[in-house]
Ligand binder design. Structure first.
Ligand SMILES: NC(=O)C1=CN([C@@H]2O[C@H](COP(=O)(O)OP(=O)(O)OC[C@H]3O[C@@H](n4cnc5c(N)ncnc54)[C@H](O)[C@@H]3O)[C@@H](O)[C@H]2O)C=CC1
Ligand SMILES: O=C(O)[C@H]1O[C@H](OP(=O)(O)OP(=O)(O)OC[C@H]2O[C@@H](n3ccc(=O)[nH]c3=O)[C@H](O)[C@@H]2O)[C@H](O)[C@@H](O)[C@@H]1O
Length: 423
């Protein structure tokens, strides 16, 4: 099948590389020339496990990237994978979606064959129908039926994106017609996963609901964790105890600093704004955000309780990325922690296996180190902020600290006899 993917970011590039791996001919349209060039050179502009390998296998053969929309009228299926960042009020900014839809419409104006335009970006319910369909039809000069429309939300996690794409729990396809839905189904025919077909709007809502539910599990665990901490119980034992109940399951119950990244905070806020605009009071969703916003401050409070005055103290910060296995620091919970430490005039000594360069763009003046040991040298305390597996193997490195006070914002250490381990 011939597929075009609009946007060569996390989702677009992974989607394109995986569809090429499945044997389709894929063209990426990426307006950022530098990114398109990197992709064509077989170098992913982002770090993602296994991505470079599969990109190199297909690039120049079944996969290519370009900066314009030329030739997309060859494609049976066109995926929109551009960003939907938050606006100042938290609602989703749809300008990239509109612009992509208009460009697709113009590019399809001369074509006589059937094409399916499919939104993969996370968009508020109603967007495909009210923004994408009219823009494509207006610019193409065609009527509905000549072009099909679908909404196929993406559930991949950064750091595990290739495996998530190739082995999804389910594939959701919202569509206007069976004919359009069948084209999207065919693209995925080599994958072994249940396919849920639904309306365009329901597919859009499934994506928001999925992220909001996972975020709710995390905030719930944090609230229970905060209570447990007061009364001297390890919340990880508690969550293990409930996670065996198959109605609950053991995933996304890790308490700590809360959720970061480019999606959970943004998508829960967008859902809150959607609810409000439709006359609903999203009481639970607001609490999910509230709990999350408070968690970073709690670790600094615990630090103060352990070492007293923070001013002038050397604080080692292990982990900057919003989660392990990525160089992405967007909305990382390490950012508010570092901001508060800087406000209290701490000397921060930072280490991350992968995210140092991205974090330097936000905090250029921190003292960054290329090894955990160097970051810990002479430190008055250490905060662990990302669940990097390599931190679970640390032991002797902590001997380089001035005081053995280690506070975990993510439960990853395996117990090494230091003081102050929290959560
Ligand atoms: N990052 C993630 O893990 C996931 C993201 N999503 C959703 O997928 C969407 C995309 O997210 P990311 O890939 O992270 O964003 P991103 O910012 O990494 O990539 C978007 C890309 O689209 C390009 N672009 C923007 N306008 C364009 C246009 N008119 N034509 C061609 N290219 C254009 C940008 O230059 C950028 O490279 C968002 O709605 C996001 O919420 C969904 C699941 C997972
Ligand atoms: O829409 C999206 O962009 C994606 O958002 C998340 O994926 P991602 O943000 O890559 O990472 P997660 O593994 O979900 O972690 C998100 C945040 O929650 C935190 N987290 C996760 C799990 C947990 O138990 N506790 C916890 O605090 C992580 O540390 C991280 O900061 C979802 O898991 C994906 O299904 C979804 O496609």
């Amino acid at each position: 099948m011939r597929i075009s993917v609009i946007g060569g970011g996390y989702v677009g590039l992974v989607t394109a590389a995986c569809f090429a791996e499945l044997g389709h001919d894929v063209r990426i349209i990426e307006i950022d020339k530098r990114k398109a060039e990197q992709i064509n050179a077989g170098k992913p502009p982002i770090y993602e496990d296994k991505l470079e390998g599969i990109l190199k296998q297909s690039i120049g053969k079944r996969l290519s990237a370009q900066c314009n929309y030329d030739g997309i009228n060859d494609s049976d299926l066109i995926f929109i994978c551009v960003g939907t960042p938050p606006q100042d009020d938290g609602s989703a900014d749809l300008r990239y979606i509109l612009s992509a839809a208009e460009s697709i419409g113009s590019a399809l104006s001369g074509s006589d064959s059937f094409h399916v335009v499919t939104v993969k970006s996370t968009v508020p319910p109603g967007t495909t129908e009210s923004v994408v369909v009219p823009a494509v039809l207006r610019k193409s000069g065609k009527f509905s039926g000549i072009i099909g429309f679908c909404m196929n939300p993406e559930f991949l996690r950064e750091g595990k994106a290739i495996d998530d794409f190739m082995h999804p729990d389910r594939i959701v396809i919202g569509g206007q017609s069976d004919k359009a839905i069948d084209v999207v189904k065919n693209a995925y025919e080599k994958l072994d996963a249940p396919i849920i077909t639904t309306s365009l709007k329901a597919a859009e809502m499934i994506k928001y609901t999925s992220n909001a539910f996972l975020a709710t599990k995390i905030s719930f665990s944090n609230e229970i964790g905060n209570i447990c901490k007061r009364i001297g119980i390890d919340v990880y034992d508690v969550m293990k105890g409930i996670g065996y109940d198959h109605r609950i399951n053991p995933y996304f119950l890790n308490a700590g600093l809360g959720f970061g990244g480019s999606c959970f905070p943004k998508d829960v806020m967008a859902l809150i704004r959607l609810a409000e605009r439709n006359g609903e009071e999203p009481i639970l969703l607001r609490s999910v955000i509230d709990v999350n916003e408070h968690q970073p401050g709690r670790i600094v409070k615990i630090l103060y309780e352990r070492i007293g005055e923070i001013k002038g103290k050397k604080i080692a910060v292990l982990g900057l990325a919003f989660k392990d296995n990525t160089d992405d620091v967007r909305d990382s919970r390490s950012i508010p922690v570092i901001e508060e430490l800087l406000q209290k005039e701490a000397n921060i000594s930072a280490y991350d296996p992968m995210a140092t360069e991205t974090m330097k763009k936000i905090f250029p003046d921190l003292s960054y180190h290329s090894s955990v040991g160097d970051a810990l040298e002479g430190a008055d305390a250490c905060l662990v902020l990302t669940e990097w597996p390599e931190f679970s193997r640390l032991k002797d490195e902590f001997n380089r600290m001035k005081n053995p006070v280690v506070i975990e914002g993510r439960k990853i250490l395996s117990g090494f006899g230091t003081e102050g381990v929290c959560w």
